[in-house]
Design a protein around this ligand. Structure first.
Ligand code: C5P
Length: 223
């Protein structure tokens, strides 16, 4: 039986990598493929939600029924997510947003020269943090890709980013993280509880996560 528990709700999702320009032909990015975010978008549509998917450059087919807004840089992803945050009931940040961008974007292609070349970087905005500061009734879910001290880092992110849930994975484990169709995650919640899930398809992780979101939305409504 299909659950339509998200009907009437708007779910805003960030997904994929960002691209930070260096010059007209070069950029900084990462290995994110967008699979986790696109899986969540697809499941949220099936559960009846209006889905706005703010996506960095990926090669995945747009999930049927979702509004997909393609962006490139972290700044563009931030501005787009911000523009839709007020109408959202749920924000899920799966994007692997670049933490740094080149401080200067060169108008012309940089020419090679003798010797080393340094690239000055500056911080980008932390989208989840910024939107967490503007949170009204939204349920906010963040992801945490870690290689060590997963629990400590996940709990820190819950508080710092004003999130309701952090979905953490140890990206060093086989079958977890970038590019895979499966993931091994632990869901950390604000009440201090955690739910350690075994290896499962990203679509199944999406279902489990969204059913937790539904519970939180119901709790909010009964307040
Ligand atoms: O702090 P860290 O990058 O580990 O946090 C990961 C979470 O924060 C993810 O949900 C990611 O989408 C989000 N994030 C963001 N903007 C950034 C960096 C991370 O929204 N600039």
């Amino acid at each position: 039986t299909e659950s339509r528990d998200l009907s009437g709700k708007t779910v805003l999702i960030t997904a994929g990598p960002t691209r930070e320009k260096i010059d007209p032909v070069r950029f900084l990015t990462n290995h994110s493929t967008g699979k986790m975010g696109y899986a969540i978008a697809g499941e949220a549509v099936r559960m009846g939600a209006k889905v706005i998917l703010v996506s960095g450059p990926v090669s995945l087919a747009p999930p049927k029924g979702a509004e997909v807004i393609k962006v490139e840089s972290a700044e563009e992803m931030y501005q787009t997510a911000l523009a839709h945050f007020a109408e959202a009931d749920v924000l899920i940040g799966t994007a692997a947003v670049a933490d740094y961008r080149p401080k200067y974007i060169f108008d012309e292609k940089m020419k090679k020269k003798e010797g080393d070349q340094a690239l000055e970087l500056e911080r980008t905005k932390d989208i989840l943090f910024e939107l967490g500061q503007r949170k009204e009734a939204q349920v906010i879910v963040g992801f945490a890709a870690e290689t060590n001290d997963v629990e400590k880092h996940a709990m820190g992110k819950l508080t710092r980013k004003n999130a309701d849930m952090i979905v953490a994975n140890d990206v060093k484990q086989a079958g977890a993280g970038f590019g895979a169709d499966t993931n091994i995650v632990t869901i950390y919640k604000k009440d201090g509880s955690k739910d350690e899930l075994p290896l499962m398809a990203k679509t199944e992780v999406a279902r489990r996560l969204l059913s937790e979101v539904v519970l939180l939305l119901k709790k909010d409504e009964s307040k």
